[in-house]
Design a protein around this ligand. Structure first.
Ligand code: IPD
Ligand code: CA
Ligand code: CA
Length: 266
């Protein structure tokens, strides 16, 4: 891997360390699924444990940096120009159900711009990472987005709506409209991995509403460095951590955007 900033090295080290307990916890899930209590509380503590290890590792090197995490919220540093954006387990529902499609996601931001990041699926042992100007990698190999040019041949991934969503009908109608005009649509349950999979050409495009910044911060730089294009649409200036994302191999970007914007289903 030719990524060598101190920040990306730190992110990778933190991911590797936290993943050891995460792998053990995932192994426990199967036993808990058949127990009367179920794995719910256990998953919450696995989430917290993973986040604690990540924060400790990153703070050891840079106690002055700010941190945004899913579990602990915003931790102000003395220097908030540099921030880590952490999702300890992205794909919790998969984790809870014993499905190995989840990841640790960490982005590193300077002056509001994501500069580097990693998404690590510890069960598949797949480390996606990137650094501004230095390309994107899956383990030791350089990755690139797919070359597909026609939306009707594209394999698209999406996610949501959450049970609490107030715009379910809108999301479902977008889903129907996109489905009618592409090769197929998947819902894979981890926004971070969805972005990483577009970056390495497994999917051609991805869109999703009502995400949080920590779901996709690492994915943004990985996808850009792999030659893809990321757009945030219908942004709400009052909720800067809430994101609607459109991410593609670049070629099909405008077409996918047009399908999402279409109000009525053909
Ligand atoms: C979730 C996953 C999922 C997406 C949800 C996210 P979590 O994150 O990324 O794919 O559909 O909107 O909240 O809760 O597993 O960290
Ligand atoms: Ca999470
Ligand atoms: Ca998440």
């Amino acid at each position: 891997m030719r990524l060598n900033s101190p920040q990306i090295n730190l992110i990778i080290r933190a991911c590797m360390k936290a993943s050891r307990s995460l792998i053990r916890d995932f192994g426990e899930i199967e036993n808990l699924q058949v127990s009367s209590k179920g794995p719910g509380d256990f998953v919450t503590s696995a989430d917290k444990r993973t986040e604690k290890i990540l924060i400790e590792e990153l703070q050891k090197a840079h106690p002055e940096y700010g941190i945004i995490t899913e579990e602990s919220g915003i931790i102000n540093g003395t220097n908030n120009k540099n921030r880590w954006i952490i999702d300890p387990i992205d794909g919790t529902m998969n984790f809870l159900n014993g499905i190995p499609q989840f990841a640790i996601s960490i982005g590193y931001e300077e002056n509001g711009e994501i500069i580097s990041g990693a998404i690590f699926n510890p069960i598949m042992n797949e480390m996606f990472c990137a650094e501004k100007g230095n390309g994107a990698y899956l383990n030791n190999s350089r990755i690139r987005v797919s070359n597909k040019k026609k939306i009707n041949n594209a394999l698209i991934v999406t996610g949501g709506p959450k049970a609490s969503s107030k715009i379910k009908d809108k999301i479902f109608s977008e889903y129907v409209n996109v489905s009618k005009n592409v090769s197929n649509v998947r819902k894979y349950g981890s926004a971070a991995l969805d972005m990483a999979y577009v970056a390495c050409g497994r999917f051609d495009g991805y869109w999703q509403r009502e995400l949080n910044y920590w779901d996709i911060s690492a994915g943004v730089i990985i996808l850009k460095e792999a030659g893809g294009f990321v757009d945030f649409f219908e942004e709400d200036i009052n909720s800067p951590l809430k994101k609607n994302v459109l991410a593609t191999n670049s070629n099909i970007h405008e077409e996918l955007k047009a399908l999402i914007n279409k109000k009525d289903i053909e």
